[in-house]
Structures are given as structure tokens and as C-alpha cells.
Design a protein around this ligand. Structure first.
Ligand code: NZQ
Ligand code: ZN
Length: 387
């Protein structure tokens, strides 16, 4: 195991009714906040009212930034920074899924950045300061509620890029599983695929040295397989929603990657898809992942896939490794299909026109240290397999 430092400063209040802690937590850190949310789901399901009641109780004034897009845009981040500066706001409260939270992070870090906030993503800068970030999560997927990453889109240039830094961890996150009851089945499915993909990205590493992390990764995958379908079938199944929510936080908060070399492949390919076509992140991942698995399966990697098949899918470990690996990959595809997720880009109306450009752009963020290093040609091939 390699040396590492592990620190997550986010205070998590998990469970039904935990919103009652929000007001005091904010009051301890900010006096006047920007409330960031998306297209209106939080207005319809009561989350907005519950959060605002907390602000009122503490006498904390607020300004709203509504309308954050799924795949949040840098223009919205700019608007949030303008509001914070103009009104002297000193905290950012996100209500929603990864998009609202990432936008809030963009605003919080961009507030102290002396330039266009797009630089943070485009130049992969590590911001040193950010306003305190508070989140009330309404969708189990990205893990943004407990990580320091923000993914921002720039539709003018067809780019979707992330930045991160310790100052971007939320100070406090409220994780109330009942807030995800209103999530449409399609988003529950996409969120489940995203959680699983984060886990895969960490699990499929060139060196297996962290047995604890790998075993937790397998447990997270089993939990998604168990509870994703349940949450779709019975949207207000508390245990299903609670397990998905906690899985999401742990799939990407850093625990799964410590002590071993980890570089992500499928996310970089997917971010190009959503940059060009503005598709749902988890849908793109569900299409690409089994094809990426097939593409990188070789004599060298098959034992890893075989372990995955036995530990996660309960396949008979005495079968030959190659057979086990292929069966595990097929089970992955079948599972995503069972959630109602598309299996091909053509189902989204996406053709091969931009594959070369997307592969070139994805490749600029480095594929040399991934589980299996991929060339531009390899990436194009995986996109083609996904048509
Ligand atoms: O906009 P509203 O009206 O709120 O509706 C949202 C949106 O349409 C809806 N929704 C969310 N919670 C709901 C709900 N509808 C009803 N009831 C609820 N309880 O669901 C739709 C999707 O929401 P969004 O926040 O966009 O989804 P998600 O959480 O999947 O976030 C996606 C973004 O996060 C990025 C993705 O690339 C994408 O831009 N990611 C962020 C990461 C991070 N910060 O660590 C890592 C991820 O890999 C990912 O890249
Ligand atoms: Zn993701």
C-alpha cells in the first residue's frame, strides 16, 4: 500500500428529519447565504421550504440562484459569484443533486478567484479559498455532497471539466433519504449507474494493494445491485433510498482510492459525451462502462474481472477466469438494462461524427496511468462499440 493522507472535513447529518440541524450549522459559519437550486424539484417536494424555514429560524437572510442546469453551466456560476459579491454573501447553500452542489462549489471557489471562473476548470486550478458550502442532497449519485470536486460545463466550447481542492468540501451536508422519494425512475437508475461507475473507477486499478478499499468497493456494488431496483420499484422504500444515498457518498469520497494508483477512464470519456450532447451523466456511463470493460479485458486483466464476478455477482469462483470475467461484464450490462437504462448511443440519437474530437480531448487529461492505458484510437474504438 502506498503512503496516503486521508481527511474529509464534511460534517454529515444523515437520516429523516436531519434538516433540523441545518440552521444552526449555517449560523455557526455564515451570516448571509446564496441558495442554489435547479429547475424546481426542490420547490415541488418541500425541500426548499424546509431549508428556508431553517434560515428564518436563525434569522439568516438569503438570496436565490434558481435554474441550475443538469450539467451546470459556467454562466450560472458567474451569475452566482456576481450575486455573492454584489450582496456581500458569505456562504453558499445548495439544494439538489450534483448539479446544484457543483454549481455552488463553483460559486464558492470562484468568489475568491480573480478572473473568469471557467479558468478553474479549464486550467485545472486548485482553489485555495472558498466560501463555506452547505448542501441538502436530493439525489444519490455524484457524491459531491462529501467530495471536493466540481464539474462544470461550457456549452459555448463543448467542454465539461472539473476542478477540485480541499476548500471545496462541503462544510455540512444534510442527507435525508426521504428527499429522494420524488426522484423519477430514470434519474434513480442514472444515479445508481453513476455510483457504480465511481466504484469501478477506483476498483479497477493497476495495482491491487488495498484489500479493505477493494472489499468496500465490492460491498458498495452489491448494495447498488440490491437497492437500485428496489428504489425504482418502490420510490418511498426508506432502506433502499438510505443505502443508495450512503453508497453514493462513499463511492467517491476518497476512501476507495487511497494507497493505490487510481486514474479514471470511463468518466473522462463520458464527460466528452455530455459536453457535446448534454446527456445525463449516469446514462452515458451505463452505455460506456460494459464496453470499456470488454475492451480492456485481456489475459492480464481477467483475474481482476473474475474477482469482480465472484465477489459482486456471486458467480462460481471455480469457473475459468476468462469465462468468469466475460460473464461478469455481461451481468453488468444486463443489470443496467434492467434498470431501464439505454445500452447504445444511437438510442440517444448520437452518431460517430464527433468521436475523433471527443477522444482527442479526453486523451488530453491523460490515459497513461489508467487501469489499462488507452490511446486516442482505443477511445474511438470504445465509442464505436457503444453506438
Ligand atoms: O433541476 P431539478 O428540478 O432539481 O431536477 C433535477 C434534475 O432534473 C432532478 N432531481 C434531483 N433531485 C430530485 C429531482 N427530481 C425530483 N425529485 C428529486 N428529489 O434530477 C435531475 C438531475 O439532477 P442533477 O443534479 O443534474 O443530477 P446528478 O446528481 O446526477 O448531478 C449530475 C452532475 O454532477 C456531475 C455530472 O457530470 C453532472 O454534471 N458529477 C459531479 C461529480 C462530483 N462533483 O464529484 C462527480 C460525478 O462523476 C459527476 O461528473
Ligand atoms: Zn460520475
Amino acid at each position: 500500500m502506498k503512503n496516503f493522507t486521508f481527511a474529509i472535513p464534511t460534517v454529515v447529518h444523515f437520516g429523516e428529519g436531519q434538516i433540523k440541524r441545518l440552521g444552526a450549522e449555517i449560523a455557526a459559519r455564515a451570516r448571509n447565504v446564496l441558495v442554489v437550486y435547479g429547475g424546481g424539484s426542490v420547490r415541488r417536494n418541500g425541500v426548499f421550504d424546509a431549508a428556508i424555514a431553517q434560515l428564518k429560524e436563525q434569522g439568516i437572510p438569503w438570496t436565490e440562484l434558481p435554474g441550475v442546469e443538469p450539467n451546470p453551466r459556467v454562466a450560472t456560476v458567474r451569475e452566482g459569484i456576481r450575486l455573492c459579491r454584489e450582496k456581500g454573501l458569505d456562504g453558499v447553500l445548495a439544494l439538489g443533486g450534483g448539479s446544484a452542489i457543483d454549481c455552488a462549489k463553483g460559486v464558492a471557489a470562484g468568489f475568491f478567484y480573480d478572473g473568469d471562473p471557467w479558468d478553474l476548470s479549464a486550467k485545472k486550478l486548485t482553489p485555495e479559498r472558498a466560501l463555506p458550502i452547505f448542501t441538502v442532497l436530493t439525489m444519490a449519485a455524484t457524491g459531491s455532497e462529501m467530495d471536493d470536486i466540481a464539474v462544470i460545463s461550457n456549452p459555448e466550447t463543448n467542454e465539461k471539466e472539473s476542478f477540485s481542492g480541499p476548500c471545496c468540501y462541503p462544510a455540512v451536508s444534510i442527507l435525508d433519504p426521504t428527499y429522494t422519494y420524488t426522484l423519477p425512475a430514470s434519474q434513480t437508475a442514472a444515479g445508481t449507474a453513476d455510483i457504480m461507475s465511481h466504484t469501478f473507477e477506483n476498483y479497477f486499478s493497476p495495482i491491487e494493494t488495498n484489500f479493505l478499499a477493494d472489499s468496500l468497493a465490492e460491498a458498495i456494488l452489491r448494495s447498488c445491485i440490491r437497492y437500485g431496483p428496489k428504489a425504482i420499484e418502490v420510490p418511498n422504500d426508506y432502506e433502499a433510498r438510505a443505502n443508495l444515498m450512503w453508497n453514493a457518498a462513499w463511492a467517491i469520497n476518497g476512501f476507495l482510492k487511497v494507497g493505490k494508483p487510481v486514474a479514471w477512464s470511463v468518466h473522462r470519456m463520458e464527460h466528452e459525451l455530455s459536453a457535446f450532447y448534454d446527456i445525463t451523466h449516469g446514462v452515458g456511463l451505463a452505455i460506456l462502462t460494459p464496453n470499456w470493460m470488454r475492451y480492456v479485458l485481456s489475459e492480464k486483466t481477467r483475474d481482476r474481472f473474475a474477482r469482480y464476478g465472484a465477489a459482486v455477482w456471486g458467480l462460481d469462483a471455480s469457473r475459468p477466469a476468462g469465462e468468469l470475467a466475460e460473464a461478469a461484464i455481461q451481468r453488468t450490462r444486463d443489470f443496467f438494462s434492467s434498470l431501464g437504462l439505454p445500452a447504445a448511443l444511437s438510442e440517444l440519437g448520437i452518431g460517430p461524427e464527433h468521436f475523433r474530437e471527443m477522444a482527442r480531448k479526453a486523451r488530453t487529461s491523460g490515459f497513461d496511468k489508467t487501469f489499462v492505458p488507452l490511446s486516442e484510437e482505443d477511445i474511438v474504438n470504445i465509442y464505436r462499440m457503444s453506438l
